[in-house]
Ligand binder design. Sequence first.
Ligand code: SAM
Ligand code: SF4
Length: 335
Amino acid sequence: MDEQSSMIDPFGRAITYLRVSVTDRCDFRCVYCMAEDMHFLPKKDLLSLEELERLCNVFIEKGVRRLRLTGGEPLVRKNIMHLVRQLSGHLETGALDELTLTTNGSQLERFAAELAEYGVKRINVSLDTLDPEKFRAITRWGVLDRVMRGIDAAQAAGLRIKINTVALRGFNEEEIPEMLRWAHGRSMDMTVIETMPLGEVDVDRTDQYLPLSELRANLEQQFTLADIPYKTGGPARYVELTETGGRLGFITPLTHNFCESCNRVRITCTGTLYMCLGQEDAADLRAPLRASEGNELLSRSIDEAIGRKPKGHDFVIDRHTHRPAVSRHMSVTGG
Ligand code: SAM
Ligand code: SF4
């Protein structure tokens, strides 16, 4: 349905997928994502839920068919279910094909049933280990058992779950086979993600970096990985494990394998539009949003920004300075 989008970038890519970071706050402090003493944005800079909804509506009118809420942790935003309910109206009219979210799972026990009620069919849950102590170490503040109860609740509500795991050298490389058996045993797909150099954190990223080519070679010692054409519209390349019958996706952001088919843009909780996760260029949509009640100005600002969507990204972990290639944190743009 890409042809129906009025948002076509200079490289002919139709923009049909929007990721919306609804908050930069989080109840975890994952070591690769945030510093322990993260400074969050002042509340006044955040878009209200009504403003976020208006922004989403305009993107949907312009051709977005799939929308993902993320963050920070989307489920810690106050009254987030109000936004989910409002957006679910677009599922009912058929304007939107999919409404989904990426979550750390901590609040799922409370919200899973409501999400399902509002037409959410599948969600991504981020989980890097099945060991409670390691979980506490990597998230700094998280409690594994709570996330597990969230996963149970989501499955009981009929939500399909994909587990997202960041591959971290010396942390979970040995455990990933077990996690795969666990996920596939519960009918959940899994995706492994390479660490991306986004924002200053307290750890040295060059130590954490585990190339997925290496992980894949290790997995091939234990499993038969069959390449499959399965696509979710995202950057993951999928294989099927013959032994488990489940799917495993690889996201390798440091390679350029998905830029050509990139159909997505991101907005932050302050209304900044990022045309590429790996580039600094952005457009402020909050000013045009607040400048008038009508959406014309906003729509024009979006068109101008899409007109600048870059061909691809430029991630590098600089081994000399150890500084991130992109200074904003993942919790700002939402991954
Ligand atoms: N809080 C939610 C969660 O954790 O799922 C949503 C936001 S989180 C920023 C989205 C995803 O980005 C998570 O799967 C997380 O593991 C991943 N992520 C965060 N920082 C990352 C980094 N530097 N490199 C790769 N993935 C990262
Ligand atoms: Fe929070 Fe998600 Fe970042 Fe972890 S990855 S600190 S859960 S936003």
